[in-house]
Design a protein around this ligand. Structure first.
Ligand code: C2E
Ligand code: MG
Ligand code: MG
Length: 384
């Protein structure tokens, strides 16, 4: 296969052009064109030839192009740029040709900069926990909150997780970040309990990259013990996509976490990778219905029925349900009428800093999470 590809590629080069096999299944070529669109057309033609060669195999070819403007540029730097462009479309079935651009350059530079400053940022306490309250659908009182990470850069800019979480998942730094957030929440709860302030359970997101073995459960237990926090005030959120890989290990870990007395929730339920059989295996306390259900949608027979079915299932199995991304009164009514227990969304509050969250807790009545599952115990601590 590699030889055949090499042959096609060499035949397409004229005497002033050059191609080579660099390593594994990677090839490079230095070709001349009048302009970018001509270059793309030529690569498409090449791609057609390769496709007829590989049609019986499950192979996906991708191409990264870099237009050389400065011929004195270092050859390795040129190749790196072509490779960088290719990386942006890896695994993409619809578009397999990428052209290196300033935007890609900027993104890659930013990624390198963020990755290299993360360790220091942790020590420097640049990561902050923002809190987004969760409201009981019926009483509209606060029953909990989710801790969401924000990165306050030394220049004052606040970065949202979408800018860095997937990056940190690649180099696994997210594990450190998740535990840092868990500890930050424990510290916060300890302070509130000591001050006699009202407390509600707080959920923390754990990336699927974590190693969900027994060690994970011990670490949760020992960290909660270090701050002497009732485990029922800590909720572990794991996205349903995490279960796709390593299903059995994660299911068993989640079950142990629950048995240890922490709350366990499945985040982004229904976002795409859900298998309903997941519900059969995982003994969780809370299902968080993904915000994509509500995005741009109005009440309709199909949507109402899907939601009603999920909420009906949850009630029957004593699971609490949270609707994420509730932005309008109509959406609140929709999920309330369909039988949802709790809502989280901009309609009530955006994620807020610790001080604002405390003010909110003081001003707004809080209540214990509705009772659920047979083992439900005291969930909220309140001085009201
Ligand atoms: P998530 O866990 O599903 O969190 C909910 C996200 O929805 C948050 O985005 C929140 O700000 C946003 N949201 C809440 N209400 C609304 C609404 O009404 N409309 C819309 N459009 N959005 C709403 P955020 O804070 O940007 O976080 C994004 C994701 O980043 C989170 O999704 C979570 O998967 C991840 N993340 C956040 N903090 C952490 C963390 O400490 N560790 C890990 N591993 N992931 C985190
Ligand atoms: Mg979450
Ligand atoms: Mg979510």
């Amino acid at each position: 296969m590699l030889r055949k590809i090499a042959n096609i590629l060499s035949e397409s080069c004229d005497e002033n052009e050059i191609c080579a096999h660099t390593e594994a299944d990677h090839f490079v070529a230095l070709l001349s064109f009048k302009n970018q669109s001509e270059a793309i057309r030529a690569v498409e033609l090449l791609d057609n030839q390769f496709r007829s060669l590989i049609q019986d195999f499950k192979l996906l070819l991708s191409y990264g192009l870099y237009e050389i403007k400065d011929t004195t540029e270092d050859m390795n730097a040129m190749l790196d740029k072509a490779r960088t462009a290719k990386r942006t479309i890896k695994g993409n079935y619809e578009n397999n040709i990428a052209l290196y651009s300033d935007e890609i350059h900027q993104r890659m530079t930013e990624e390198i900069e963020l990755s290299s400053s993360m360790e220091f940022a942790l020590q420097n306490k640049e990561f902050l926990a923002y809190y987004q309250p969760k409201y009981d659908c019926k009483t509209e009182k606060i029953v909990g909150a989710e801790a969401l990470v924000r990165w306050k850069r030394p220049n004052g800019e606040i970065l949202l997780p979408e800018r860095f979480i997937s990056l940190f998942e690649k180099n696994k730094l997210v594990i450190k970040l998740d535990w840092y957030m868990f500890e930050t929440v424990c510290e916060f709860l300890r302070k509130q309990i000591d001050l006699g302030n009202p407390c509600v359970p707080i959920s923390i997101n754990f990336s699927r990259v974590n190693n969900f073995g027994q060690e994970f459960v011990y670490r949760l237990i020992s960290t909660a013990a270090k701050y002497d926090i009732p485990r029922r005030l800590l909720e572990i959120e794991l996205t349903e996509s995490a279960f796709v890989f390593n299903h059995d290990k994660i299911v068993s870990c989640m079950n142990s976490i629950r048995e240890a007395g922490f709350l366990v929730s499945i985040d982004d339920f229904g976002a795409g990778l859900s298998t309903l059989s997941l519900l059969k295996d995982v003994h969780c306390d809370i299902l968080k219905i993904d915000k994509s259900f509500l995005k741009n949608s109005k009440s309709s027979l199909v949507l109402d029925t899907i939601l009603e079915c999920i909420f009906y299932y949850s009630k029957k199995h004593k699971l609490l349900t949270i609707a994420e991304g509730v932005e309008t009164k109509e959406q609140l009514e929709l999920v309330r009428n369909a039988g949802c227990d709790i809502v989280q969304g901009y309609y009530f509050d955006r994620p807020m800093c610790e001080e604002d969250f405390l003010q909110k807790l003081k001003k707004r009545n809080i209540q214990k999470l509705p009772a659920f599952k047979s083992t439900a115990v005291e969930l909220g601590i309140s001085n009201n």
